[in-house]
Design a binder for this molecule. Structure first.
Ligand SMILES: Nc1ncnc2c1ncn2[C@@H]1O[C@H](COP(=O)(O)OP(=O)(O)OP(=O)(O)O)[C@@H](O)[C@H]1O
Length: 959
């Protein structure tokens, strides 16, 4: 017998059993680790700042369980149990004996198949959390690999099939046999339970019959009663429904019912009901109610049981509603009756909207109380309201005082209170009849707009400043908060970024972190062979996984072999214009036309030179901060460059954006709001460009800087150069005017799309000509648009404007239209921009400087106080080049300019034949003047050009 038992126990057998036993032990250990798993422990995928390990199975257990979760997602939960159960099963069923390498491999293969199938199913069907994939790295990778070829349905089917095949292989069970067993088990269970039920019913009925029989046999006198009992019993059994039992359980059966029952002699004693005992209800204690209406007459004191007495248990359960001492409220009997009838008393709580909630204390108890208008919070709120009211009253009084002072200064003493009144009974305050009349007509005090602006606006009388350029005091100081990001937070985010990238199959390590005013940049080193574009392609998934509004991936960081992942800071600093203009970078800038943009992500001021840019395209969706950006650029120039050095032509279809600059001495013409005139202004710029080129050619210099230097040199030698383009007759003077230095001209178009809409092709050509050639003669163009589409920013325009600024845009396409690369769609708005410099493909992320409208007005006022502009009216005049308004009209004169007759008369009368004199006399552009001269030549009025001169051939104006 002993021999037989030990027959099969070979060393191999022992070894396998020991191995299986150890595996089961490991499984048990891992179940402990699994049950005490904490995401706060430092494990394979988590680096926690917490030094102690929470897991009951220690660091190793936590580590292995975490590995399971990362690799297999939810399926990882099963593994510890499998490790325990499978070896035990094998040992117990003695399958160890028949285990060969082939079988073992087959089972392992089946197991792997099963895990692959299950993880794929989990990845497809369960929702992925932010920290790990539902199907783990395994499921995620399978889905990523196979999804493109099979699609969701195919993958789902395959996963199910693989799971089933895997299960059959690894368990060695036949699926059909399993299903059959399951079916049998189900049906057997049902049959068993119905059999048992039937048996029970039968026994109960038998017992009842026996009882009744006993009663019949035992006492003949009580026979009638027993029969009655049996009937009652039957009806009572029918009556005892779950609903009835429910009432009894709750102890809410009405006492009155029992009162009636006890009075009724014929009712059998409940104890006689055998197995159907009914809950006994205790006698109800008297409830004393302090009531204002204690002496209320009850309908019938004898047979009427008051409702509050009937509801004993309810009354006991809710003493606070009955006890006047507790609640401080004395309820009348009627009120109590009403309350009890409704059974549930809902205290009335009035919700008062929480005013003045401090955002930082939003969750604090005080605020919560304030939200309900209760307790301390009321006084808290009241105090705040009182403070605010007092503050408001003080401000109003101060405003009123200033207003009256201004009114007195303007001779409008005794200004009535209020200005706009519903009662038309104002005293006559106006001295002149005219003013009085105005007042009578509408009952309101009428003053001019200028007076109104002066009275209510923030305008002070313009006093000429003593400084050469505006003072920085005109700009508000804004205190910038220091970023409160702890090293732990940075460390934690770095870990999360690395982990999430690993989930997307990108291995990278954070090497450097840069905390800026608005974003933080994590600089990562990619594993060799990994393309940066791989990270760019998953930026939105990464942002979602990392729970950031958006992230931007900088594929290159100049001077570093890393990529950058820029994440928004929890608190966003505002970059004030004053601090940027106050920086050394701006103060000591050598740029000819320095323009501050803001700060880069490391907080360094970014200053660009428009003279080198040389033109700029600014685009971004509405509300992204373009107008503030344009104002920043203009104010930078106004802080650095005098009107002699730079002149502006501002085109503002939105009317309100740039009109604040009207009348500053830098303007060549008032801010253009009419788009037809804007096209004329562009045409004037082209003519001016041509004129300047002629000048440069005459002085044999290549650009405006050379020209101005030459003038300076001549000045230093006390030499004056006469205008080489001047012809006798151009001016009333007999000698040519002295050449002056040329000022730079900056053309700013705030909404370029509107201009394109009015005169698309022409404007496009004019812009193209300017941007191609105007740089050398000091004319620079800044185009802004909120419509970054290809019909506005055309290829022709783009190819000539290499410097671009993109504010946030809605979609990637827009970003590509502006910058020729992605990125602007991931910006955060409110002045967050990407700057693409001339001749580079590297984008610089800049957080735009901010200034309020008031600050802009103050700087513009400062310049208005310094001098008046010298507007050139011909800038806005039509040259007749427009297709729809080309100035050609009249029968037989299709080819002649509108001004032909006048020019002919002028030429014959004065003997002047130079185009520039016609330009000046008739305030037309150079092109138009030259064309009229050509027409005069064609008509035989002047000769062709000989040695730069024309002769007058006809002296008769009627010719
Ligand atoms: N640099 C900045 N810093 C902070 N906030 C800013 C900044 N720039 C703009 N903003 C905020 O964004 C708002 C919108 O800016 P802005 O009016 O310049 O946008 P826009 O692109 O010109 O819009 P639209 O095209 O509709 O005129 C501003 O009122 C301001 O509150």
């Amino acid at each position: 017998m002993i021999r037989k038992l030990t027959q099969g126990f070979t060393p191999k057998h022992y070894l396998v059993e020991i191995l299986f036993g150890l595996t089961a032990l490991l499984g048990f250990y891992l179940i402990i680790a699994w049950s005490s798993y904490s995401p706060l422990d430092t494990t394979w995928s988590v680096s926690s700042f917490q030094p102690e390990i929470i897991n009951k199975a220690g660091k190793f257990g936590a580590w292995v369980i975490d590995l399971f979760f990362v690799l297999f997602g939810y399926v990882g939960n099963l593994l510890p149990f499998l490790l325990l159960i499978a070896p035990i099963y094998f040992i117990r069923t003695k399958r160890v004996d028949s285990l060969t390498w082939t079988r073992f491999s087959l089972r392992m293969f089946g197991f792997i198949l099963l895990v692959c199938g299950l993880t794929t199913l989990a990845a497809l069907t369960l929702s992925n959390s932010n920290y790990h994939l539902a199907g783990g790295v395994l499921g995620g990778s399978i889905v990523k690999l196979v999804y493109p070829s099979f699609g969701k349905f195919g993958l789902l089917m395959s996963a199910v099939v693989f799971s089933i095949i895997g299960f059959i292989f690894c368990s060695g069970a036949s699926l059909i046999r399993l299903l059959m067993r399951f079916y049998n088990w189900l049906t057997e269970k049902n049959e068993e339970s119905s059999l048992v039920q039937a048996q029970n019913d039968e026994e109960i009925l038998q017992q009842e019959d026996e009882d009744i029989q006993d009663w019949i046999d035992g006492d003949i006198d009580r026979q009638q009663d027993l029969i009655q009992s049996a009937e009652d019993l039957q009806s009572h059994r029918d009556m005892i429904t779950p609903a009835h039992r429910g009432i009894n359980i709750m102890g809410l059966s009405t006492p009155s019912q029992f009162t009636e029952n006890t009075e009724d002699d014929e009712t059998p004693n409940p104890e006689n009901f055998g197995g159907y005992a009914v809950d006994e209800i205790d006698n109800l204690p008297e409830v004393t109610i302090s009531s204002q209406n204690a002496n209320i007459d009850l309908p019938n004191e004898n047979n009427f049981t008051p409702m509050w007495q009937k509801q004993k248990s309810l009354a006991e359960n809710m003493p606070e509603f009955l006890d006047g001492e507790n609640t401080g409220v004395v309820l009348s009997e009627e009120e109590i009756t009403r309350d009890l009838l409704t059974q549930v008393h809902i205290p009335e709580v009035k919700l008062t909207p929480a005013k003045l909630q401090h955002p930082l204390t939003e969750n604090s108890a005080v605020t919560k109380q304030a939200a309900y208008g209760m307790g301390e919070s009321e006084s808290f709120e009241d105090d705040n309201m009182a403070d605010l009211a007092a503050q408001f009253a003080r401000q109003e009084a101060e405003r009123e005082r200033i207003r009256l002072e201004k009114a007195q200064a303007m001779g409008l003493a005794d200004l009535p209170e209020p200005q706009v009144s519903l009662q038309p009974t104002q005293p006559n305050l106006f001295e002149s009849d005219e003013e009085a009349e105005t007042e009578e007509t509408n009952g309101l005090r009428t003053i001019s707009i200028d007076q109104a602006i002066q009275l209510f606006g923030d305008h002070k009388p313009l006093i000429k400043p003593t400084t050469e350029l505006p003072s920085l005091d005109l700009l508000d100081k804004r205190t910038s908060h220091v970023q409160e990001i702890t090293p732990e937070e940075i460390h934690e985010t770095s870990q999360r970024i690395e982990q999430q990238l690993r989930n997307f199959n990108v291995k990278a390590t954070v090497k450097d972190v840069l905390v800026g005013p608005v974003v933080t940049r994590y600089e990562l080193e990619l594993q060799p062979g990994v393309k940066a574009s791989k990270v760019t392609n998953i930026d939105t998934d990464l942002a979602r996984a990392l729970m950031f509004k958006s992230i931007r991936v900088a594929e290159t960081i100049p001077g570093k072999p890393y990529i950058g992942i820029e994440t928004p800071n929890a608190y966003r600093q505002i970059v004030s214009l004053r601090e940027v203009l106050d920086s050394d970078e701006f103060r000591h800038s050598k740029a000819l036309l320095p323009m501050a943009l803001g700060k880069d992500i490391s907080g360094k001021p970014i200053i660009i030179d428009l003279a080198k840019t040389p033109h700029l395209l600014v685009a971004g969706s509405t509300g992204s901060g373009k107008s503030v950006g344009i104002n920043t650029m203009i104010l930078s120039l106004l802080y650095k460059v005098k009107p002699e050095e730079v002149k502006f032509i501002m085109i503002d279809p939105k009317v309100v954006e740039l009109s604040v600059y009207n009348d500053i001495p830098h303007l060549l013409t008032e801010v253009v709001t009419d788009m037809k005139k804007a096209a004329n202004a562009l045409r004037w710029c082209v003519d001016e460009m041509e004129r300047r080129y002629q000048l440069l050619a005459k002085l044999r210099v290549r650009n405006i800087e050379g020209f101005n230097e030459r003038i300076d040199e001549y000045r230093a030698e006390n030499i004056a150069i006469p205008d080489p383009l001047w012809k006798p007759g151009d001016t009333l003077d007999s000698v040519p005017p002295i050449l002056e230095k040329l000022s730079y001209i900056v053309v700013i178009v705030d909404e370029f799309a509107d201009l394109m809409m009015v005169a698309g092709k022409q404007v496009e050509e004019l812009i193209a000509r300017l941007t191609q050639k105007a740089r050398a003669v000091g004319i620079h163009v800044i185009l802004a648009t909120q419509r970054p589409s290809v019909d506005v920013i055309t290829g022709l325009i783009k190819s000539n404007i290499p410097s671009r600024i993109a504010f946030t845009v809605v979609q990637r396409n827009d970003s590509r239209t502006i910058l020729d690369q992605n990125g602007a769609e991931a910006l955060l708005g409110r002045g967050d921009m990407l700057y693409l410099g001339n001749g580079t493909t590297d984008l610089v992320r800049v957080h735009g400087a901010f200034m309020s409208d008031d600050e802009v007005v103050r700087v513009a006022d400062d310049w208005r106080a310094r001098g008046k502009p010298n507007y050139i009216s011909e800038i806005l005049e039509s040259t007749g080049d427009d297709d729809d308004d080309n100035g050609l009209s009249g029968e037989g004169s299709e080819d002649l300019d509108d001004l032909f007759d006048e020019v002919m008369e002028f030429v014959i009368r004065t003997g002047t034949t130079s185009a520039s004199s016609i330009q000046r006399r008739f305030r037309v552009g150079f092109n138009r003047a030259a064309r009229i001269m050509d027409q005069l030549e064609e008509q035989g009025i002047v000769s062709e050009m000989r040695n730069g001169k024309r002769e007058i051939l006809a002296r008769n104006p009627d010719y």
